[in-house]
Every structure is written in structure tokens, then in C-alpha cells.
Design a binder for this molecule. Structure first.
Ligand SMILES: Cc1cc2nc3c(=O)[nH]c(=O)nc-3n(C[C@H](O)[C@H](O)[C@H](O)COP(=O)(O)OP(=O)(O)OC[C@H]3O[C@@H](n4cnc5c(N)ncnc54)[C@H](O)[C@@H]3O)c2cc1C
Length: 500
């Protein structure tokens, strides 16, 4: 399908109107008063200053269009979330689940007002059952804290977003987060054995079998994945049973530099076709290397067209063998190659990649990185062309962009950097449209891991076709009043239809 920038517009997703049944001001006021009565004023934030931190997430959209909730509920337990649903249904006001609000999608922002449920306060690891390879925890547990706790048992929870120190496991599950290790270990989806979820109607269900400790099951229809990646549009996750695995004994890293993006992609192809499954396979292009050199000149990254970082993990013997094989492939194509197997050397080689989030903004003096068009995913073979075309589009739109990504999964991160002037933001929006159009042209997706929220929802029809109708029907069967995180994930259907 040929999709042009002209046909795909409205990246911000804020032009559509909410369905008419939601949120009249008097309903919202009555709902807040009811919540205060049932839960106590200390559990229901209403002061504008207290609400302010809940008006945005990491996306630029929420910065440009902050969404003000009518109140924020700090639940003590699942029952408090049930109470929220009962009240929201009674007054027809939106409910927006929120973890750490680190997503680049606007998903956790109450753009249509209503009740934000702050799940980060439910942050207990209930049980680590290392012998049965699982943990039971609440949704607000921070990813890095979970892995710190698991380290004592020699275990890890493998998904690893760059936001590890802030992202909650509930948010990761709702967004199906991935990260660098996904090339080998897959996304969060692969590690959720079951969840307790409060449905929009207020019922509480366990998917994956209540009380079950089974690591695999074919019982019933598989509801768990339906809620994973639903971005808070189908219910609130209040407990999770997560799969954990033994921590690999050892790690090793190969860094390879190239004269062309094509050579870097060819190395990626040869790694996989050579029967190697790395634990991370990352690319930084010239723009990313330059950004790091501005931010951390001491690192003295060698300027080149592309740099690959390829990690192997496993037993020491496996790592030694795998690193040797990766190095051999690298030497066939790269202009220079470095390897490391001791943790300190590896850390210093990874330092440039780790600094990229902060470094990107510095490519434009006084500029800021904005979360727009930053997460497309394309077939592996189209990575070089995609990176090149994004760079060309950025030049045409006169916008700075820093390019890097999880090349082992085809996931491109295009960090757009602008001054906050209306002209520059407008150009950044046009570039975002170009990038998303490119993703669809290459038969990829507009978001590989960061989520859809409001910022990418208007591509749903172009990307998913008739399946969107089925998704809406499923939503409506679980959420007859349309209260659950409205306007996220999918564009509003015809309001006349939603309202019936
Ligand atoms: C510096 C940085 C690096 C990042 N790197 C990565 C990366 O490498 N890989 C990656 O995948 N992402 C990455 N992200 C994006 C983001 O951190 C992830 O999507 C993360 O998992 C979101 O978790 P959160 O707790 O912040 O969720 P939030 O932003 O609070 O919410 C995300 C969505 O989940 C819903 N939600 C949250 N909690 C619940 C719940 N308990 N029940 C139901 N719905 C819920 C919200 O309504 C919202 O739609 C990065 C972000 C930043 C800022």
C-alpha cells in the first residue's frame, strides 16, 4: 500500500471530539464528591496544585495539550479501584489508569477529564517464588526495583526498557514494553502469566487462572494478551503474576563500526542467518554518534556512518564462543571492531548508547527532544533505507533528528529536536507524518514498543483495516458506557454509534 504524507494527517489525535455521553461538568463534580465520600479526602486529590503533576506524560502531545483530570485517586487496594469504576459508571466519567507516566503516547493523561487512578502507589512485591519461576506483584512496582529484588535469587524479569528506573510493571504490561533485550527475550507479553484486572463494569477477574502457578496452560480462551497492550482501555491491572528466568551467568559485547548503513544491516542479517541470537543488537547512526560526542566528549566515539553494539549472554563458555562468532562476522564488513567480556569494559562501550536519551537534545543549541514519530518498526531488510529516508525527510522539513534503534527488532528511534516555537513544532509534526507514512509504506508499524495512546491512534484504520471494527466491538462488550481511557489506542468511532 502506498501511503503518502498527504493522506495521513492528524498525528496528534487531538482533533477528534469525545463521544457525547462522556463527562458533563456537573457529572464530574458529582463523581468527585461521591469518591471523596466513599474513599476519604486523603485518597482523592482535587487541589489544582496536586493535580498538576498528573496532567502530562513523556510525550510531546501532553506537553502541548495537557489533560487535566477532575481528580486523582490513590487506591489502597483492588477494592478501591472497584469503587472508582462504580462511581465512574454511575456518572459516566472517564477513568484513566496511570503508572509512572513515562510513556511517549499520552496514554496516561486525562485528555477528556475524569478520574486518574494512580497505580504507582500499589507497589508491593507480594511473592518471589524463584523455584516456580514467577513473582506475584502489584502494578506500581518499578522495573529496576523488581530486578534488584530478583538479583538475590539469581533471577531476572527480562524485558528492559530504557526507562527501567521509572517504568512500572503495570505500565509495561499495558504498553507491552520491550527494550534492548527483546531481540532475544521478546516483549513483556512473553512474561505475563496472568493478571488481576478490574473491568470497566467494576467486576474483578483473574486471567491465567486465579491462584494458578502453572507456567503454561491451554485452559479456556487466552484473555491475558487481550489486556496486555490494551493501554488501559479495557480495565485496570491490579496484580500481576510474572514469569522470571535465571540470570545469565555471563555477558560479552562486540562493537563494530561501518562506512555505510547497508554494511551494518548486512552484519545484522549475517548474524541471524549464521544461527546467532544476540541478547541485544543496537544501531547508532552518524547523527547519534555526534550527539553523544557533544554530550560526553570524553567518550570520543569514532565518527562513522553506523555503529552496531551486539551483546551475547549465557554461560561463560557460550559467551566466549558467541562473541568470537559475532566478531568474525563483524570483521568481514566493519571498518573497526572492539570486543569486551569484562563488565567494566562493557559498561564503557555501552556508555555512548546509554547517554543517547539525554544527548539527543544537545544537537540543537537550546533545543528540546520531543516525543513524536519516535518509535516506528520496519522489516529488518528495510532498516538502512528507512534510516536514510528519515534523515532526508528531516532535511527537507529542516528539523534535526537523531537516529538509533533496536536494529535486531527493526525498531527505529528517531529523536526529533526542536525549539518550542510554533513554526518548529509545525515542521516537527510534518516530519512525524512523513516518518509514520514511511513505516506503513514499508509494511511496518507506527509504534514498535512505546504505545499508541492519543499520539498515534489516528493511524489505526490505515494500519489495521477492518480489524478495528472487531476491536471496537470487544471494547464495547467490556465497557458499555465507554468510560475506560477514552480516545486512546483507537480513534473515536462515529459518536452517534459510540453513544448508543
Ligand atoms: C527515557 C525513556 C526511555 C524509554 N525506553 C523504552 C524502551 O526501551 N522500551 C519501551 O518499550 N518503552 C520505553 N519507554 C516508554 C515507557 O517508559 C514504557 O512504555 C513504560 O512501560 C511505561 O510505563 P509507565 O509505568 O510509565 O506507564 P504509563 O506511562 O503510566 O502508562 C502507559 C499506559 O499504560 C496504562 N496503564 C498504566 N498502568 C496501568 C495499569 N495498572 N492498568 C491498566 N493500564 C495501565 C496507561 O493508561 C497508559 O495508557 C521509555 C520512556 C522513557 C521516558
Amino acid at each position: 500500500m502506498a501511503v503518502t504524507g498527504e493522506k495521513l494527517v492528524a498525528t496528534a489525535g487531538m482533533d477528534a471530539q469525545p463521544p457525547p455521553l462522556l463527562r458533563r461538568d456537573e457529572d464530574a463534580r458529582a463523581a468527585v464528591a461521591d469518591l471523596v465520600r466513599r474513599l476519604g479526602a486523603e485518597r482523592v486529590l482535587t487541589h489544582p496544585a496536586a493535580l498538576f503533576p498528573y496532567t502530562y506524560d513523556a510525550s510531546f502531545n501532553s506537553e502541548a495539550h495537557p489533560g487535566r483530570p477532575d481528580c486523582v485517586v490513590l487506591p489502597r487496594d483492588t477494592q478501591d479501584v472497584v469503587t472508582v469504576m462504580q462511581v465512574a459508571n454511575r456518572y459516566h466519567v472517564p477513568v484513566v489508569p496511570r503508572g509512572s507516566a513515562s510513556a511517549y503516547s499520552g496514554g496516561a493523561v486525562a485528555h477528556y477529564g475524569g478520574i486518574v487512578v494512580a497505580l504507582n502507589v500499589l507497589d508491593r512485591i507480594i511473592e518471589i517464588d524463584a523455584d516456580n519461576l514467577q513473582v506475584l506483584c502489584q502494578p506500581g512496582v518499578i522495573h529496576a526495583n523488581l530486578n534488584d529484588a530478583l538479583a538475590k535469587y539469581g533471577m531476572i524479569f527480562p524485558p528492559d526498557p530504557g526507562s527501567s528506573k521509572i517504568a512500572s510493571v503495570g505500565g509495561m504490561t499495558a504498553n507491552n514494553s520491550s527494550g534492548m533485550r527483546a531481540v532475544k527475550y521478546g516483549p513483556t507479553l512473553h512474561y505475563v502469566l496472568g493478571i488481576e484486572v478490574v473491568l470497566p463494569t467494576g467486576e474483578v477477574v483473574w486471567t491465567g487462572g486465579e491462584g494458578s502457578k502453572a507456567l503454561q496452560s491451554v485452559s479456556g480462551l487466552n484473555l491475558t494478551p487481550l489486556f496486555i497492550m490494551s493501554e488501559g482501555t479495557l480495565g485496570v491491572i491490579t496484580q500481576l503474576r510474572l514469569r522470571i528466568i535465571p540470570k545469565p551467568e555471563s555477558r560479552g559485547l562486540v562493537v563494530a563500526r561501518f562506512d555505510s548503513l547497508e554494511d551494518a544491516a548486512e552484519m545484522t542479517r549475517r548474524i541471524f542467518r549464521g544461527g546467532i541470537l544476540p541478547a541485544a543488537l543496537e544501531i547508532m547512526d552518524r547523527s547519534a554518534i555526534r550527539a553523544v560526542n557533544i554530550f560526553k566528549p570524553d567518550l570520543k566515539l569514532v565518527e562513522c556512518a553506523a555503529m552496531l553494539l551486539v551483546e551475547a549472554d549465557g554461560s561463560s563458555a557460550v559467551v566466549a564462543d558467541t562473541v568470537g562468532r559475532i566478531e568474525q562476522v563483524a570483521r568481514e564488513l566493519a571498518t573497526s571492531v572492539e570486543t569486551a567480556t569484562n563488565p567494566k569494559e562493557m559498561e564503557s562501550l555501552w556508555a555512548g548508547r546509554a547517554a543517547l536519551g539525554a544527548a539527543s537534545s544537545l544537537v540543537v543549541p537550546g533545543g528540546t527532544r520531543v516525543g513524536m514519530g519516535e518509535d516506528i518498526c520496519v522489516p529488518l531488510k528495510d532498516m538502512p533505507a528507512t534510516l536514510r529516508k528519515i534523515a532526508e525527510a528531516a532535511e527537507k522539513r529542516q528539523v534535526a533528528v537523531v537516529l538509533y534503534g533496536h536494529i535486531g527488532s527493526g525498531n527505529v528511534h528517531s529523536a526529533i529536536v526542536v525549539h518550542h516555537t510554533p513554526e518548529e513544532i509545525e515542521r516537527a509534526k510534518l516530519l512525524t507524518e512523513d516518518i509514520h507514512a514511511l513505516a506503513l509504506e514499508y509494511r511496518g508499524t507506527t509504534s514498535g514498543e512505546h504505545g499508541i495512546g492519543v499520539v498515534r491512534r489516528d493511524y489505526a484504520d490505515a494500519e489495521l483495516g477492518a480489524a478495528v471494527t472487531i476491536m471496537r466491538q470487544m471494547q464495547r462488550s467490556l465497557d458499555p458506557n465507554g468510560i475506560m481511557n477514552p480516545g486512546k489506542k483507537l480513534p473515536f468511532a462515529d459518536p452517534a454509534v459510540v453513544g448508543t
